[in-house]
Ligand binder design. Structure first.
Ligand SMILES: O=P(O)(O)OC[C@@H](O)[C@@H](O)c1c[nH]c2ccccc12
Length: 263
């Protein structure tokens, strides 16, 4: 595991230990299983055309502060008006300045399905995501064992949470496929060097199994990138920084979706 990933995993272990003291796992589990109406995240990735998961991101380890005063409710509604298929909200605080409060504010402001974006390494966090009323969670293959990935996918299925399974290498894809993952996020960002290259998704998409749905993640800057990825057969995109920095996120989103008729 890279330095950054091992550091953040250590951080998460401490956070989980602290959370367990406030609310024991048996209790969060019980709350998690209270039936909830989910908004259908995976379903929206199966829509025809360009589907964008628009991210609310205040800061990141690679870019530092992007937008510290970001208003999550405002962004959520602009993303919705711009035609996003789903929302992604970072809930990690130390590295991304996100929070559960951001997630809740975005959820109240828009009707789109929402993914909780964090570094999940424990079933505790999956229960927590259900209580938070997430519709989907991110599972990063690189930080999970084969057994964890399988267990968390089946836990998600029981809770009716969709899972976006993140990969960055051929081995990651093999592990994701062995675990039965359906929605596969190919991260264009190398988590050791933080460099992004959209060729990563273009080159790796052919390794997916029939029936798996690709999502290109990170480093997508504009309509040309979306077009290139669409030519490679990818219709789903996770976009953060360039949307947060856009002077008019709604118009920017529309410009990304505009080219649909070409395909
Ligand atoms: O801001 P970008 O380059 O558009 O990237 C968005 C998203 O892909 C990125 O935030 C991300 C992808 N996988 C992650 C895992 C954890 C935290 C963040 C991420």
């Amino acid at each position: 595991m890279t330095d950054f990933l091992s550091k953040i995993v250590e951080q998460k272990k401490q956070e989980i230990a602290a959370a367990q003291k406030r609310l024991p796992e048996t209790q969060v589990r019980e709350q998690a299983f209270i039936p909830r109406k989910r908004r259908g995240f995976l379903k929206n990735m199966e829509r025809p055309g360009t589907n964008i998961i628009a991210e609310i991101k205040r800061a990141s380890p690679s870019k530092g502060v992007i937008c510290p005063d970001l208003n999550p409710a405002r962004y959520a509604s602009q993303y919705e008006q711009g035609g996003a298929a789903a929302l992604s909200v970072l809930t990690d605080t130390p590295y991304f300045q996100g929070s559960f409060e951001d997630f809740k504010a975005a959820r109240e402001a828009a009707g789109l399905p929402m993914i909780r974006k964090d570094f999940l390494i424990s079933s505790y966090q999956i229960y927590e995501s259900s209580v938070l009323e997430a519709d989907a969670v991110l599972l990063i293959v690189r930080i999970l064992s084969a057994e964890q990935l399988r267990d968390y996918l089946s836990l998600c299925a029981e809770l009716e949470l969709d899972a976006l399974v993140e990969v960055h290498s051929e081995e990651d894809i093999e592990a994701a496929s062995r675990a039965g993952a359906k929605l596969i996020g190919i991260n264009n960002r190398n988590l050791s060097s933080f460099e992004t290259n959209i060729e990563t998704a273009i080159n790796m998409v052919s390794l997916l199994e029939p029936g798996q749905i690709p999502v290109a993640e990170s480093g997508i800057r504009g309509p040309e990138d979306v077009q290139k990825l669409r030519q490679a057969g990818i219709r789903n995109f996770l976009i953060g920084e360039s949307l947060v920095r856009a002077s008019d996120p709604r118009a920017f989103l529309k410009s990304l979706i505009l080219d649909d008729h070409v395909f």
